[in-house]
Structure formats: C-alpha cells, structure tokens
Design a protein around this ligand. Structure first.
Ligand code: UDP
Length: 337
C-alpha cells in the first residue's frame, strides 16, 4: 500500500494510475488546493479502481496522524506542494510554511509509525543555470532563485539528513525536468487555475481559443534557434518512474538509503521546436509571437539520464509527438471541443 499526497493533482493522478496498474493499493490525501475531484473520477475511469481518498491538508498534523493510524502503507509518495514560482516570490512564507511543514509532518509520522520508504518530488530547478550540460545528479546545485526552488533544495536536504539519522528509512528524490502531456485516454491531465505559467498548458489553451496568443519568451538566447532549451518529459513516463522507485525500495534494491535520480528524456528541445511539434502533430496552426525573455528563466537545461536508465532500469519511452497529441486531446476533453 502506498500513501500518495497530492494524488488528485497533475503528477499525482497519473502516478496513482500507474501504481494501480502495477498492483499497488493507493491511499490519496489531497486538499484540492490546486486540483479537484474530477481527477479521482478519471483515475476510476481508467483503472476501474477507486483509490481510498482522504481530504486533508498535509500541514494538519492531527489529520495526518489519523491517516497513519488508519492505513498500513509502507511507502509514501509526497507530491503535495505549492509550485508557482512567481507566487512564491510574492508570498514566500506561504511557500515555506506549506512545502516545509507538510514534509516535516510526513517524515515525523513515518518515523513514529515505522513506515519505510518515501519518494519526494524534486525538480531540475535545483540545478539553476548549470555550468555543465546535460546535468547529472552530481552537477552542483545552484542557489535557488525563488522561494519555490528553495523549498525543493531544502526538502532534499531534510530528507537526506532524516534518512541518515533513521536506519529503517529509505528515500528517493526524483528531479523532474519539464513534465507535459496527459494520459492517452484523456481522462486525466493538467488543470491549471487561471492563466497558465507553463508552456504546454498555454499552448493548448491558445489552440482552444481561451488565450489569444502564445508569447515565446526570448529568441535571442545563445542556442541553435535562439529560444530556450528544455527536457520535456511525458507525464506517463514520469509517473512510471515513481512506480519503479517505490519497487526499488520495497524490494530493498536501493544502493544507498537516500538516492537522487534525474527524470527526463536526456534530449534538449527548444521552445520553437515544441511549438512547431505541437502544430505538426495536431495538424493545426498556433497564434504565437516572440516576446522579451522572462525574468528568472535559464537558457538551457536537460538531463543526463544514465543513472535512472542503469540503476532504476527506467527510461522515457513515449514519442514527443504522441505526448503533444495527448496534451491537445486533454484540452479538448476539458473544453468539450
Ligand atoms: N515559455 C514561453 N511562453 C510561455 C511559457 C513558457 O515561451 O507562455 C518558455 C519559457 O520561457 C521556458 C520554457 O517555455 O523557456 C518552459 O517554461 P515552463 O514555465 O513551462 O517551465 P520551466 O522550464 O520554466 O520550469
């Protein structure tokens, strides 16, 4: 049995589906702060299984204690967190309180109740503007440029230290690159609230006519076509990495009790390439224009995935065009078009 915090969210819902497909029983805790119950219906539609659901905030220690009392999971995947970079700059305490307190509660309760394994959602944001590309897990982290990014770095350190101090605990931090796309059934996907910050939701909303025009932030970077380079990883591939990480710890196959893995494709794709790929794979034209660079963006980041490939035996499989088709299919499903 696996506790999935934030299981109604974008990555959490896809991971829940893959866990169920792999035969795990799942308990979801979510407070719908950036998600809604429709994703639980989607999970049921895809798998035919209704995971146990508890509406609770992970910062509420007593509510979480009741979850630990009631369910006998050995493993936790902790997704629940705030993730808007810009908002974190405006409201740092909201981010520090939520993202740190939830992790501390879970780690404390895991110790108290003797639960062994945790997968933590980290991010390629910890690499910042890296000096070497692609980045490996040994590439030095750069000082975070936002409170959001800092919560990811701090959480990695808290996990490392807690695992070091508790010999029955194992942890894996997965550093996500840029997750995109949706489940092939189009029954679950990303549900951004308000104006999307991320590229693919902005693209699909523009294609749907919800946004007038996509801005491409910068065409004057020192890259082949002048736009930024990212490692866009399919959401189902990313979800599968969690199942493998859990299995590794459950079967006691981890080499160290605390491990870090990059979860990306290993392939840099430019913003222009992504936009053109979206148009091509969905056979449509997107309204876009070049705009000034966005503050805080790094020019390029992509993963060296050797460690995940060799140690986890996991690799990204879905073709980018299929991923981009799934993103559009999901947007059409949401908009009824
Ligand atoms: N981007 C863009 N227009 C948008 C949103 C994003 O050109 O409306 C670019 C952004 O500058 C970056 C890339 O797309 O180079 C990925 O941005 P996103 O916010 O999706 O993820 P990030 O890499 O910042 O975590």
């Amino acid at each position: 049995m696996v506790l999935v915090t934030g299981g109604a969210g974008y990555i959490g819902s896809h991971t829940t589906v893959e866990l169920i497909n792999a035969g795990y029983e799942v308990v979801i805790v979510d407070n719908f702060s950036n998600s809604d119950a429709s994703s639980l219906e989607g999970i049921y539609g895809i798998t035919g299984v209704k995971p146990t659901f508890i509406e609770a905030n992970c910062c509420d220690r007593e509510a979480m204690r009741r979850v630990f009392e009631a369910y006998d999971f050995a493993s936790v995947i902790h997704f629940a967190a705030f993730k808007a970079v810009g908002e974190s700059v405006e409201q740092p305490l909201k981010y520090y309180q939520n993202n740190m307190l939830s992790l501390l509660n879970i780690l404390e309760l895991m110790g108290e109740y003797g639960r062994q394994n945790i997968v933590f959602s980290s991010s390629a944001t910890v690499y910042g503007d890296a000096e070497e590309l692609p980045v490996t897990e040994r590439t030095p982290r750069k000082p975070a440029t936002s409170p959001y990014g800092n919560t990811k770095q701090m959480a990695e350190d808290i996990l490392r230290d807690t695992v070091a101090a508790n010999s029955s605990l194992r942890g894996i931090a997965l550093r996500y690159f840029n997750p995109i796309g949706a489940h092939p059934t189009a029954l679950i996907g990303e549900l951004p609230r308000g104006v999307p910050n991320n590229l693919v939701p902005y693209i699909t909303q523009t294609a749907a006519g919800v946004r007038e025009c996509l801005s491409i932030f910068g065409d004057d970077y020192d890259t082949p076509d002048g736009s930024c380079l990212r490692d866009f990883i399919d959401i189902v591939d990313l979800a599968r990495a969690h199942v493998v990480a859990i299995g590794r710890m459950v079967e006691d196959k981890n080499k160290e009790r605390y491990e870090i893995f990059n979860v990306g494709t290993g392939r840099p794709v430019s913003v222009f390439e992504l936009v053109n790929g979206f148009e091509r794979s969905n056979n449509l034209k997107l309204n876009y224009r070049v705009a000034p660079r966005r503050a805080g963006d790094v020019m390029a980041v992509w993963a060296d995935t050797t460690l995940a490939n060799e140690e986890l035996g996991w690799k990204a499989e879905r073709e980018l065009e299929d991923t981009l088709r799934s993103a559009w299919a999901w947007e059409r499903h949401v908009r009824n078009i």
